[in-house]
Design a protein around this ligand. Structure first.
Ligand SMILES: Cc1ncc(COP(=O)(O)O)c(C=O)c1O
Length: 404
């Protein structure tokens, strides 16, 4: 038996990819570009700090981390977003077991399933990180998948939605820098989204895991928008993670920051149902949030890979140079067909864009905005991805009818 509520959820993207490719032989040793799992070296302070605190594995960890962790995260946010020091570490930040479960749980804690006597609406970009839709279904809300396409500047414009949707919205997800397109929302756009949440009385969860991976200018964050606009902090949640910033996807260490009341409600629910981070992991995370040197080095490696992608793919139809993040969002006409062809031709594993998007009957005739695209992750070393990029270049040239 399965729960009817979740019966519409498609198979998760990676098992779908396996099923798609298992029928074909790879055309060479696998080049992994499908999953957003950073493969740069782990910062040595991670293992050192874990080892130093390993004796704490015999303790049930507190749900809200330690004072040191809370100060490290609040301090990082204050420096990174030039806040005025008003963020209260004890009341406004909370550890998460990776941001995915936090993005899900925060909606359960804060979002009603009904508003004004109607089914609640949950806003999200399309394509999107798939947990957003699962959270909507969990509370019985209707997912509204708002196009984030070339026509919309790769960002969803929630303010253009019809009044009858905004009036029943209880929760929204907004991701910048975006996965998969690598676009960055400017400060004015973030402020506009926060103002919309205030006007219609919903909570907006800003998902910012790629905030530290960018070409040259640090992307603005939602907390700066709240500070600059004097907005109600209870309208905004911000999520960030060590999975991308510190290459530590397996540590499962992230945080949510927001208004005191929202954080307290999330904390209360997590005390019953959450999975707290083990204390050695909390200490390691504290050390990582306090250290910027490894993040700068990490970014340098990504910048090298943006340059490599520009060199190999620059000017080809279908290539969109990303401003941030570590994905390429490539228009290949038919994403599934492109992924299969690359796999068979060169052993390159990418992800069909359709698996990250959905057809929503309200927009563009219900067309899945990811269907034409495939996503390539620049997470392995430059040497490892070079042949992958060269194979992608051959595919784009062939699609465009350009001689190789
Ligand atoms: C947009 C987005 N949000 C959240 C996450 C979750 O990160 P984690 O659960 O590792 O903190 C990811 C991971 O790929 C992501 O791409």
């Amino acid at each position: 038996m399965t729960t009817r509520r979740f019966s519409d959820l498609p198979e998760y993207a990676f098992p779908r990819l396996r099923a798609l490719l298992d029928r074909h032989q790879p055309g060479g040793a696998e080049i992994a570009m499908s999953i957003g799992e950073p493969q740069h070296a782990l910062p040595p302070i991670l293992a050192e700090t874990l080892a130093k605190h390993a004796h704490l594995y015999n303790k049930y960890p507190p749900i809200d981390g330690t004072p040191g962790w809370r100060e490290a995260v609040a301090g990082w946010l204050t420096r990174r977003y030039d806040l005025d020091g008003s963020l209260d570490p004890d009341a406004q930040v909370l550890p998460l077991n990776g941001s995915r479960e936090g993005l899900f749980g925060a909606a359960l804690a804060l979002a009603p399933g009904e508003k004004n006597g109607k089914q609640a609406a949950f806003l999200m970009p399309n394509p999107f990180y798939q947990v957003y839709a699962a959270a909507a279904l969990a509370i019985g809300a209707e997912p509204i998948c708002v196009p984030a396409t070339r026509e919309t500047g790769w960002l969803p414009d929630f303010s253009a939605l019809p009044e009858d949707i905004l009036e029943r919205t209880t929760f929204a997800y907004y991701c910048s820098p975006t996965n998969p397109q690598g676009a960055v929302a400017d400060a004015a756009t973030l402020a506009r989204m926060v103002a919309l949440a205030e006007t219609y009385g919903f909570v907006i969860a800003f998902d910012e895991p790629y905030s530290e991976v960018y070409r040259d200018t640090p992307p603005p964050g939602a907390l700066s928008a709240v500070a600059a606009e004097g907005a109600d902090p209870e309208r905004v949640l911000v999520f960030n993670t060590l999975s991308k910033r510190s290459n530590a996807a397996g540590l499962r260490s992230a945080f949510v920051a927001g208004g005191e009341k929202s954080i307290s409600a999330i904390k209360r629910l997590r005390a019953y149902s959450g999975a707290p981070n083990p204390l050695p992991a909390i200490h390691a995370a504290e050390a990582l949030w306090r250290d910027e040197a490894h993040v700068i080095e990490n970014r340098r490696l990504y910048q090298e890979k943006y340059a490599l992608a520009d060199e190999i793919l620059g000017g080809l139809p279908g290539y969109l140079p990303p401003d941030a993040g570590f994905f390429l969002w490539l228009d290949v006409g038919d994403g599934e067909a492109g992924v299969v062809e690359l796999w068979k031709e060169a052993g390159v594993k990418c992800l069909p864009g359709a698996y990250l998007g959905r057809g929503d009957p309200r927009f563009n005739g219900g067309e899945n905005p990811g269907a034409r695209y495939m996503r390539a992750a620049l997470v392995e070393s430059s040497e490892a991805i070079r042949p992958g990029l060269e194979a992608i270049a051959r595919l784009l040239r062939k699609n465009a009818g350009v001689e190789t």
